[in-house]
Design a protein around this ligand. Structure first.
Ligand code: ADP
Ligand code: MG
Length: 369
């Protein structure tokens, strides 16, 4: 178990006419770490995993495992195991034989292979399910079997292709916890891909954002949330606030007010970004004051949109705050906003639609946490 995977300058075109599905991707997955690739549908996530696994040959670039170049090494000899969104279990084998499959192929006698398989079933908390058929399992249980089967192969890298996205929110949460435990016990090297920023955050030590085959930004998720390098990254991470304005001498000017720019951004059009979770409502010492124009409930939380600006300032800006339970706010109320400096990011350029709230990629359980 536990190899160091590295992709260097990996590009892949499926056809000479096609846009590259991967475009000079550099990625490191240190031994024992978990790296999450976050990207929308069609961004090249599965392609990237297939290249790592040796199921697809890159047009350019290299894949190494513990500094050994894998070009020419067949998929079955790479020491990698993949788990897909669908578990792909053998329906005619019981759960134990499904997990024992890799050992059986390697020539391990059935009894010994089944004994080992039971250990891995226990590891994924499926003790008692040994003789069940895949058909009799729930989706979450099937995916546990798939995980046990992958781990039983003792891969040096575990590749996970949106493995939990077909599960409902509660089951997904259980799988996150299971994976945490597996990491504590086995320290596998994990490369996983997902379209869900919460999943990336839950499962990845670091996250790399993929869009159109290119890696846009990578780092710890906290950093991506508070300092997205572009509007595209902000949106993929579910960011809702994009305040169009002007950068002059290190300050961002907009109908919201004047805010210090923490990073170096050239003078000119600039968009102020702040996570909805970081916006606070306040009575005193407000950074801006405005009127509630929209309230949307999200389980115990609420998305409250405040319009700032008016007679004394040209234009308006809308800021959405995600607030916890206990606050009763209705449309028409005047409120003060606090925008903590450490949560503000500015990127150069224009918002795609001035003053209109961004339409982020939402996951199914948006706002449930
Ligand atoms: P994701 O997993 O992020 O949804 P994919 O890696 O499956 O994205 O696909 C990336 C791009 O490559 C898409 O534009 C897709 O249509 C294209 N693509 C994927 N597989 C093939 C293939 N076998 N032949 C041709 N094009 C493909
Ligand atoms: Mg895919």
């Amino acid at each position: 178990m536990n190899g160091y995977l590295r992709l260097t300058g990996v590009s892949l075109r499926y056809g000479p006419q096609q846009e590259p599905a991967l475009d000079e991707v550099d990625l490191e997955v240190p031994a024992g770490s978990s790296v999450a690739i976050l990207g929308p549908s069609g961004s090249g996530k599965s392609t990237l995993l297939r290249v790592a696994a040796g199921l697809e040959e890159p047009t350019a670039g290299s894949v190494t495992l513990d500094d050994v170049d894998l070009a020419g090494t067949a998929a079955e000899n790479r020491g990698m195991a993949m788990v897909f969104q669908r578990p792909l279990l053998f329906p005619h084998l019981d759960v134990t034989d499904n997990v024992a499959f890799a050992d059986r192929v390697r020539g391990v006698p059935r009894r010994a292979a089944r004994r080992r398989a039971r250990e891995f079933l226990e590891l994924v908390q499926l003790a008692g399910f040994e003789r069940r058929t895949p058909r009799s399992l729930s989706g979450g249980q099937e995916q546990r079997v798939a995980l046990a089967r992958a781990l039983a192969a003792e891969p040096r890298v575990l590749l996970l292709d949106e493995p939990f996205s077909a599960l409902d929110a509660g089951l997904r949460e259980e799988m996150y916890e299971l994976l945490d435990e597996l990491r504590l016990r086995l320290s596998p090297t994990i490369l996983l891909v997902t379209h869900d920023h919460r999943e990336a955050d839950a499962l990845g030590d670091t996250v790399a954002v993929l869009d159109g085959g290119r890696l846009l930004q990578s780092g710890p998720m906290r950093q991506l949330y508070t300092r997205p390098a572009s509007l595209a990254v902000s949106r993929l991470l579910g960011g809702r606030n994009e305040i169009a304005g002007e950068v002059r001498g290190g300050w961002h000017h907009s109908p919201l007010g004047v805010f210090r720019v923490a990073t170096s951004v050239a003078d000119g059009p600039g968009v102020l970004l702040i996570r909805q979770e970081a916006v606070e409502l306040t009575g005193a010492d407000a950074d801006a004051v405005g009127t509630v124009v929209r309230v949307r409930r999200r389980g115990p939380r609420a998305l409250v949109t405040v319009e700032v600006g008016g007679p004394d300032r040209p234009g308006t800006a809308r800021v959405t705050a995600e607030l916890g339970p206990g606050l009763q706010l209705e449309v028409g109320r005047d409120v003060g906003l606090r925008l903590p400096a450490e949560a503000l990011a500015v990127v150069a350029g224009n918002a795609r639609q001035d003053g209109v709230e961004a339409d982020p990629v939402e996951s199914v359980d948006d706002g449930q946490r």
